[in-house]
Design a protein around this ligand. Structure first.
Ligand SMILES: Cc1ncc(COP(=O)(O)O)c(C=O)c1O
Length: 361
């Protein structure tokens, strides 16, 4: 006989909250959490295994608390003249974002994002005891510099999240919006570039805006383009002083020796790890074209997923796809569903199942 949550002395601000809960159903085609559905290439997997085996010899000792080699690897990968003292990493970019909120949000403070956006931002914010403030977007989910800056100016948050491109909509974000929001705010501005590698290759990253902006942070993850979601590795680039702030809140040795070894090895093979990106982008564009031909309205996407509208009854369509062995995501936007671009076969399975479900609105 176990107790109920109501019986426990839970923090008052957590009462009634729902945990993150994307379904993890064992379906043949899982396209619901924007993973890279291509496995790590064998030649890289072998090198990663060798590196883990080496790390295992010293696993009786605590790992390098400063994950120095890994930070150097990320600085090299990101380029833009970054050095390791401007890099931070943690167990997924979720933990990176949590460190930022622990250091710069917390009780009596607030974090702000333009809704709809990544569902973990409010959860992570409230987890630190801070208040979440939701801004708005245009009907096509885009943001203009003027509107974004005026909303941020009015809310005066301690932390602003700019998701670029935005999850769950795929919407690109102009660097002019980042600049305007930075000017309008006195807090930390986080540009979450979790899906940056899927954007057009000639697009500039917010990393180019870092010099001279000590409150700006650009976060990335190995979970998407790098096909490393299960290893849990995210990272960010920012001013060295901001990195020092994160040292105040992280757990000692938060990145295990095995994680550090695996991520460092994977980074050594970045071009091979990233070689499926173009193929995923091709499947994404195929999804957009095909769902449009089926009568739905796909939104422009610079990520590895597509949000499409015109769904008469999202719950019913989601269920029909589920019954056909295809798992996608109902993100709670009326008349919309979101699907991750999979391998060519997975994408075909999704498109065939959707076609057989029948009509858009
Ligand atoms: C916008 C965005 N940021 C961050 C994350 C977190 O990724 P991870 O914790 O796997 O690095 C996700 C995952 O879906 C995401 O969509």
């Amino acid at each position: 006989m176990s107790a109920r949550l109501e019986d426990l002395p839970l923090r008052a601000d957590l009462v009634g909250q729902t945990p993150y809960g994307a379904p993890q159903a064992p379906l043949p085609v899982a396209l619901n959490v924007n993973e890279n559905t291509h496995p790590v290439p064998q030649e890289v997997a072998d090198d990663i295994l060798d590196s883990i085996a080496l790390a295992l010899r010293d696993v009786n000792r605590y790992p390098d608390r400063e994950f120095t080699t890994l930070r150097e690897g990320f600085a090299d990968y990101l380029g833009h003249g970054l050095t390791r003292d401007q890099i931070w990493a943690a167990n997924g970019s979720n933990e990176v974002l949590q460190h930022l909120l622990q250091a710069f949000a917390g009780p009596g403070r607030s974090a702000f994002g333009f809704s709809p956006t990544y569902s973990m931002y409010p959860l992570l914010t409230r987890g630190t005891g801070a208040t979440w403030v939701a801004g708005t977007r245009a009907a096509d989910f885009s943001l203009t510099p003027e509107d974004a800056a005026s909303q941020v100016d009015e809310a005066a948050p301690d932390v602003v999240f700019l998701c670029s491109p935005n999850n769950p909509t795929g919407t690109p974000l102009g660097l002019d919006v980042v600049e305007a929001v930075y000017e309008a705010s006195r807090g930390i501005v986080i540009v979450d570039e979790a899906y940056h590698e899927f954007a057009p290759h000639d697009e500039r990253s917010a990393l180019t805006l870092l010099p001279g902006r000590e409150r700006l942070v650009v976060s990335r993850t190995m979970s998407k383009a790098f096909a490393f979601a299960g290893a849990r590795v995210g990272y960010l680039a920012a001013d060295p002083a901001l990195i020092d702030a994160l040292r105040l809140v992280r757990l000692p040795y938060h990145l295990s020796a095995l994680t550090q070894a695996a991520a460092t090895a994977a980074l050594r093979h970045a071009p091979v790890m990233l070689r499926m990106v173009d193929e995923i982008v091709a499947q994404r564009d195929r999804i957009s074209a095909t769902v449009e031909a089926l009568g739905y309205t796909p939104h422009e996407s610079w990520s590895n997923f597509v949000l499409f509208g015109g769904v008469a009854d999202p719950a019913r369509t989601w269920r029909a796809l589920y019954d056909a062995g295809v798992l996608i995501r109902d993100v709670g936007i009326p008349h919309h569903l979101r699907v991750t671009a999979g391998t060519e076969d997975e994408t075909t399975a999704f498109l065939d199942a959707l076609a057989s479900v029948g009509s858009a609105t």
